[in-house]
Write a protein that binds this ligand. Structure first.
Ligand code: IVH
Length: 672
């Protein structure tokens, strides 16, 4: 063998090995060799290519590490314009879009492809003979910037396609940065004292528009494709879903959240599902996109101005908005925790008008350097309590003021204390503090606890403020007349309250333990304790050793339980509650037999007809099951009601048993 064939063979072997290691590292998170060993392989290939430029191939992994810096980006004209999308901000606007599609198509139920709307930037990739030869940004839709060198460093994007692809094709998709990648990048920037990126979208755009692709190579960018530009007519499949399938076969990544849905009802259900799952996704999405699935229908519908008539983006309400902090107060929680709260100039965010946002604790205030009068970004994601995300420091006025925690509880004047090593400060007043009294009573009466109908939080405040009650046991001594006499209370509401109290007396052991509001005892731990010990007497009597035998109970929780049941005040309240008539059936524990669903993890999805989600969850938990919110390899069963969405697909992929509502009933009745 002469020297040049030997070298070209070595280069090919190195390329293959490096590609495999890239796959293990970037796709499977499972590196097979050390970074140093990897570097050796890469450097050997780089040296070979430097010495013998004829060995350089467009799909060589050496391009992944970046090329010499550019002076400027060249312009690329898009042969097929890169369009934008029309937006729908409500279900009505979506229905309107569906109606127009239907009118034009004349059929009754159109198939749509539902895709997440990735929050990054649109990119066009040109492949010739399966090799990536050019990548461009969208620009103004007619021409964009040539970012080929940078795009080659994005590991999700294949430098060479697999399988049977058209000779020339242009793929379009979104380059974006994962939430984790973004956090890491900002953390590094913070350590170096550099400017932070505002969001993953800006970080992705900033990373891709680097003239030095070696910088891009160090940023963790991802890619999903969702469309095509130049594409030979004869190779185009019938539907968008088939095209995405082809992309996958060619090695181009497609979002696993993509679904085929029927009619606008299907679109609305998908939107709702993604809205719920949004915060759990690894990357940011700002809505979902619906596209008519069939390509000939798409052609018939055509485009107007810069957007197609066959697609629409249903946008989520913005989760962040800018406003001003008017003042900072503190709130006292059920366990005395002091939470500083920013009073804001009203601002519309996450679909509602927000006037308060949590600042968590004093350490957070210092870390974010929040001051009264600051312009801030307020964030409200899903059902999470609105929070002050960050301060716009460059907009800070000289008149802003520092905030300090008060030394005394604003409600009961007891000292505020902070335990070393904890970030939370607490009011030391205990149940002497009326704020803590109120919160304890609100918790006791809440739906998942004693579920007292007719007792909302406003009424609790009124009852405490008027001196009618001080603690949870006092609730059951309430008489009709004094309640009726309260401001804004009629006879009817007072009667409702008394009836609600009466009804709440029949409860379960788990709900009662949860209702007591013992620190760190949530719904699930309360259920576990009830299942494990069977009676309140047994829980009260349990020592640390016995408690630690319970699943999920660690030393801290055990300590809270013991302390709680040692306090005479608490024991007296429990006695009074039982004397007032609160009862439950003790849980029968047969120590020779485990609970039938012990150790099983079950996920509920879709709408059930005979049960509410909460009822089904409670019933399953009573039989020992763990009810979780998302499907994973640890899931034993997925219970799927009507309109179940992507959880079903995930369960199918992971080979998890799916139960319908009848099978759920059988499971609850203990049938095999
Ligand atoms: S399709 C003709 N699909 O949203 C259709 N766009 O607001 C053109 N985007 O420029 C785009 N996810 O950057 C499409 N699944 C998706 C998308 C998506 C994100 C972006 C894309 C586009 C912008 C339009």
């Amino acid at each position: 063998m002469n020297q040049s064939t030997e070298q070209s063979k070595r280069a090919a072997t190195l390329r293959e090995q490096i590609n495999l290691h890239n796959q293990s590292y970037y796709q499977f998170d499972d590196p097979q060799i050390s970074d140093a060993e990897y570097d050796l392989l890469l450097r050997e290939l780089q040296a070979l290519e430097e010495k013998h430029p004829e060995l350089i191939r467009l799909d060589s992994p050496t391009h992944r590490v970046g090329a010499p810096p550019l002076k400027i980006f060249e312009e690329v004209r898009h042969v097929v314009p890169m369009l934008s999308l029309n937006n729908a901000f409500s279900d009505e606007e979506l229905v309107d879009f569906g109606r127009k599609v239907q009118e034009k198509m004349g059929n009754t139920s159109t198939e749509y492809i539902a895709e997440p709307k990735l929050d990054g930037l649109a990119i066009s990739l040109l492949y010739k003979e399966g090799v990536l030869v050019q990548a461009a940004t969208r620009g103004d839709g007619k021409s964009g910037e040539n970012v080929t060198e940078n795009i080659r460093t994005v590991h999700d994007i294949p430098l060479r396609l697999k399988g049977d692809f058209p000779v020339r094709l242009e793929v379009r998709g979104e380059v974006f940065m994962s939430k984790r990648g973004f956090e890491k990048l900002n953390q590094q920037a913070e350590e170096k004292g550099e400017k932070l990126f505002a969001n993953p979208r800006n970080a992705a755009a900033g990373s891709l528009r680097q003239l030095d692709s070696k910088i891009t190579a160090r940023r963790s960018l991802s890619f999903y494709c969702y469309g095509y530009g130049e594409f030979p007519e004869q190779n185009l499949p019938e539907n968008q879903i088939d095209l995405l399938e082809k992309f996958n076969q060619w090695g181009l990544p497609v979002s696993p959240e993509v679904e085929l849905v029927h009619g606008i009802d299907g679109c609305i259900a998908y939107y709702k599902e993604m809205e719920n799952r949004r915060s759990a996704l690894a990357y940011e999405i700002d809505g979902v996109v619906f596209k008519v699935n069939n390509f000939s229908s798409q052609r018939l519908l055509g485009s107007i101005a810069r957007a197609p008539r066959w697609a629409i983006a249903r946008k989520f309400p913005a989760e962040e908005a800018i406003t001003t902090i008017l003042d900072i107060d503190v709130q006292v929680g059920r366990t005395g925790a002091i939470t500083p709260v920013a009073r804001l100039a009203p601002v519309f965010v996450g679909g509602v008008t927000v006037t308060n946002a949590t600042l968590h604790n004093i350490d957070e205030i210092r870390r974010k350097d929040v001051r009264i009068g600051d312009k801030v970004v307020v964030r409200r994601a899903g059902d999470v309590i609105p929070e002050v995300a960050r301060v716009l420091l460059d907009k800070r006025a000289p008149s802003t003021r520092l905030f300090n925690l008060p030394a005394q509880c604003p409600i009961c004047q007891s000292a505020i204390e902070k335990t070393e090593g904890e970030s939370v400060s607490r009011c030391s007043g205990g149940l002497f503090c009326s704020a803590q009294q109120k919160e304890a009573i609100k918790h006791f009466s809440s739906r998942k606890a004693m579920d007292i109908d007719g007792l909302g939080s406003k009424l609790v405040e009124q009852l405490v403020d008027e001196g009618l009650i001080q603690n949870i046991a006092d609730l059951y001594n309430l008489q009709l007349e004094p309640v009726m006499a309260l401001e804004r209370m009629g006879k009817k509401s007072a009667e409702n309250l008394i009836a609600g109290l009466e009804k709440s007396k029949q409860t379960t052991l788990a709900a009662f333990i949860f209702a007591l509001g013992i620190r760190d005892i949530g719904e699930v731990t309360a259920q576990t304790l009830a299942n494990h010990f069977g009676s309140l007497g047994a829980i009260k009597a349990a020592n640390e050793e016995a408690l630690l035998e319970t699943q999920d109970v660690g030393p801290i929780v055990a300590k809270h339980l013991i302390t709680f049941f040692q306090q005479p005040h608490n024991l007296e309240v429990i006695d009074r509650l039982q004397q007032a008539g609160i009862t439950w059936d003790d849980v029968i524990i047969d120590s020779t037999r485990e609970l039938p669903l012990q150790g099983k993890t079950i996920v509920l999805t879709g709408t059930l007809e005979r049960f509410s989600r909460d009822q089904a969850k409670k019933a399953l938990q009573e039989l020992g099951a763990k009810v979780s919110g998302s499907v994973s390899s640890k899931t034993d069963y997925l219970v799927a009601g009507n309109n179940s969405g992507s959880k079903l697909d995930k369960a199918a992929k992971l080979n998890i048993s799916v139960l319908d509502e009848d099978q759920l009933s059988e499971l609850l009745l203990g049938k095999p």
